[in-house]
Design a protein around this ligand. Structure first.
Ligand SMILES: [Zn+2]
Length: 213
């Protein structure tokens, strides 16, 4: 027999961590919008209240050295790295046998696999720990990253981190340039260790730069 009042009663009484409501958040933007800075600030807010957090970033992000989340304005903190085959639910559950975590922070979340996004959703749902993912929405060809597509589909809360184009409009796109400043329209979605740079643009100026559409 259904007892619709019971879950509410349990939640009001605070029985068990399995009843805690936790969300999966996706904070997305284009390049150079300051996502890592926001992540580090948000994680710091927990830590200064004496709460433990778990920081992760993609293993092939070497901007601030392996295993670090670095912001362009100079802050950096240690972080565990993830590779495509890692089971993030199992890893976080394992960390939580020793440490009570208040929040999970994931930088470079566009590099998560769709499976890993589901694992993080289970961290929120089944472990009761909020997950804050920060990442790029689209690549230099204007295509969603698979991890970002899954986050857009599954996240409870979406927030756009805004940055602007040189024209003053909101930048939503990014161009990849080689070391001569030429715009590249072909190549792998993920480029590791190259000399490319990225510039964030509004859609109109991205179309002009890439000659697309
Ligand atoms: Zn523009």
């Amino acid at each position: 027999m259904a007892r619709p009042g019971l879950p509410l009663l349990r939640e009001l009484c605070g029985w068990g961590t399995w009843l805690r409501m936790a969300k999966l958040y996706f904070n997305y933007s284009t390049m150079n919008a300051g996502k890592s800075t926001l992540l580090l600030q948000a994680a710091h807010n927990y830590e200064e209240r004496g709460m433990s957090v778990y920081r992760m970033t993609a293993a092939f992000d070497d901007r601030a050295g392996q295993g670090k989340i670095g912001s362009r304005i100079g802050f950096a903190r240690e972080a565990d790295t993830f590779l495509p085959d890692d089971n993030l639910f199992a890893r976080i559950e394992d960390v939580m046998t020793d440490t009570e975590l208040s929040c999970i922070f994931v930088d470079e979340a566009q590099f998560l696999t769709p499976d890993q996004v589901w694992q993080l959703a289970r961290v929120a749902d089944d472990l009761g720990v909020p997950v804050m993912a920060y990442g790029l929405r689209v690549d230099f060809q204007g295509q969603l990253f698979p991890g970002s597509a899954t986050l857009l589909a599954l996240a409870d809360s979406l927030r756009e981190v805004r940055t602007i184009c040189h024209c003053g409009r909101k930048a939503t796109m990014v161009v990849r340039k080689d070391d001569q400043g030429n715009v590249l329209t072909e190549g792998a979605q993920v480029q590791i260790g190259g000399n490319e740079t990225y510039v964030s643009l509004c859609r109109k100026h991205w179309r002009q730069e890439t000659g697309a559409q």
